[in-house]
Design a protein. Structure first.
Length: 515
């Protein structure tokens, strides 16, 4: 699964779980300051938990290497790698992730545009209305028929609906919003709303945060000595008004009934505040739930780990095969065979199966069992150039291995969102190589033939760099293989997270002269 989408899903789950805790145990209490803290803590924790749980996972050693791809000329429409072109979770094609990305971005932009529009509208009202200073705040006397609201250090009041009786109470209400910094809560809320616009729970958070703000403001007004009955009457009189702003604290008519009922409610005992502490184990539980079963290389089960080592060689020649990949089947744990063909890997379970793979060779599986040394001989699976029949490509046929049915999931290791591609596809690359290869005359005359393994990197700019011979035949054939490789132009690089990344390509070619 794409890492950002996975993060968003985990954040959405965290928001849901923590809001459910608030709704079940705290929503009806009159401990408004505590409720405000719990709501803000839940919002911020829900954004942090997925990131923290991911950061404690130790990355496998292989991720330090560039992803390696082989060119498959038997299928002109694709480049194949040790990964399949599906995601590690959910088996969604990469195009589906792009569609989800587009839908997500469009939704986020719409929500963000709404915020910008309302900020501009409030700015316009402020510019066109009369202003007056009052006890360190700016009073904006609006000519429009709107509900009173506050925005940072400004209090907006419609001039047509304010009388001497209600003015002081409304000012006291809006000042309490600003003195308690409620606008900061709203901005945090709206940032998270942009990120989680698709999540209905986030809109419930917004409603609850504003409710708590109103309760706190009402409490501050009543504590200042205002008459409860007179203040409630003012609330009812203000029940009719204009549009509601998400960026502002308002003398909100939609909460009038709830606010009046909350004023009459018996205060919740202070001992009831202790139940808020249960949010701590709840957050800890979410952290554990989102962590992978293996952390920092250790097995949660506590089982004794096994160190397995060995050597990977070519079955036909007996030569070592450096750069081969050794994976634990159905996991992302693995290592790379070093320059002398040896490897070492720590296994958590003796029932694990090791998967050995390399470009140009058939994948092989070996059960660990009680073995601490596993040596493997890989059988070649080589792309052949036939220079007699019009320089056509021939894929060497291998007999099917009926004893070993390799699970494709074992090869899902380095997840690349978009593979590198050649203009016109693999078929076009096939034609380019056929038409540009020049078999060295001296080598042809001497009957020199065999396999050349060329390795090169497609840079993030789409250029071929670091081309080198991994296995050669003769200096002149090796030089021709490098020349031909370096002549390939205009690759479209691989992409990860929408950004181009370098990838390594191995191209095993067998030079053969038909007699």
């Amino acid at each position: 699964m794409n890492s950002f989408i996975e993060y968003e899903i985990k954040a959405a789950i965290s928001l849901m779980v923590l809001y459910l805790f608030y709704w079940l145990f705290l929503k009806r209490d009159t401990n408004f300051r505590l409720n405000r803290i719990i709501l803000l803590l839940s919002l911020i924790a829900s954004m942090i938990i997925p990131a923290v749980s991911s950061s404690i996972i130790k990355a496998p050693a292989i991720t330090e290497n560039l992803p390696v791809f082989s060119i498959d000329f038997s299928n002109p429409t694709s480049l194949l790698s040790s990964d399949t072109q599906t995601t590690a979770a959910g088996n969604l094609p990469l195009s589906s992730w792009r569609i989800l990305y587009m839908i997500y971005i469009i939704g986020a932009l719409i929500v963000f545009a709404r915020l910008i529009y309302q900020a501009i509208f409030i700015k316009a009202i402020s510019h066109l209305s009369k202003k007056a200073s009052h006890e360190g705040f700016t009073i904006i006397s609006m000519s429009t028929d709107m509900v009173p609201f506050s925005y940072f250090r400004k209090i907006f009041i419609p001039s047509s609906k304010i009388d001497d009786t209600s003015f002081d109470s409304i000012i006291a209400h809006e000042k309490s919003h600003m003195n308690q910094g409620h606008y900061a809560d709203l901005f945090i809320m709206e940032i998270i709303t942009v990120l989680q616009w698709f999540n209905p729970i986030v809109w419930m958070y917004e409603k609850s945060v504003k409710e708590v703000h109103e309760y706190l403001a009402d409490e501050a007004v009543l504590n200042s000595g205002k008459s409860r009955g007179q203040y409630q009457a003012i609330l009812v009189n203000q029940a009719m008004g204009g549009p509601v702003f998400i960026l502002t604290n308002q003398f909100n008519q939609s909460l009038i009934k709830k606010r009046i009922m909350m004023m009459k409610k018996i205060k919740t005992p202070h001992v009831a505040q202790l139940k808020a502490l249960f949010i701590v184990p709840l957050i800890a539980g979410l952290l554990m739930a989102f962590a992978t079963p293996q952390m920092n290389g250790q097995s949660i089960s506590g089982a004794k780990q096994i160190t397995v080592k060995g050597k990977v060689t070519d079955r036909a020649t007996g030569k070592s095969i450096p750069g081969s990949i050794v994976l634990v089947k159905m996991t992302t744990k693995g290592t790379v065979v070093d320059s002398d063909g040896t490897y070492q890997i720590i296994i958590d379970n003796p029932e694990d199966i090791l998967v050995f793979t390399n470009v140009g060779y058939r994948t092989q599986e070996m059960a660990v069992g009680s073995n601490s040394v596993i040596n493997v001989q890989l059988e070649q699976d080589i792309l052949t150039l036939n220079f007699v029949k019009g320089n056509s490509f021939i894929l060497r046929e291998n007999k099917p291995d009926v004893e070993k049915d390799v699970d494709p999931a074992a090869e899902k290791y380095i997840i690349i969102e978009e593979l590198p591609s050649y203009p016109g596809g693999t078929n076009a690359l096939h034609e380019f190589l056929m038409s540009n290869l020049k078999y060295p005359e001296d080598a042809k005359a001497r009957g020199i033939e065999g396999e050349v393994m060329v390795s090169y990197t497609i840079s993030s700019e789409g250029k071929i760099i670091n081309a080198k011979i991994m296995r050669g035949i003769s200096p002149d054939i090796d030089a021709e293989a490098l020349r031909l490789t370096n002549s390939i132009k205009e690759w479209k690089p691989a992409e990860q997270g929408g950004k181009p990344i370098p990838t390594t390509v191995n191209m095993p070619i067998e030079f053969r002269i038909n007699k």
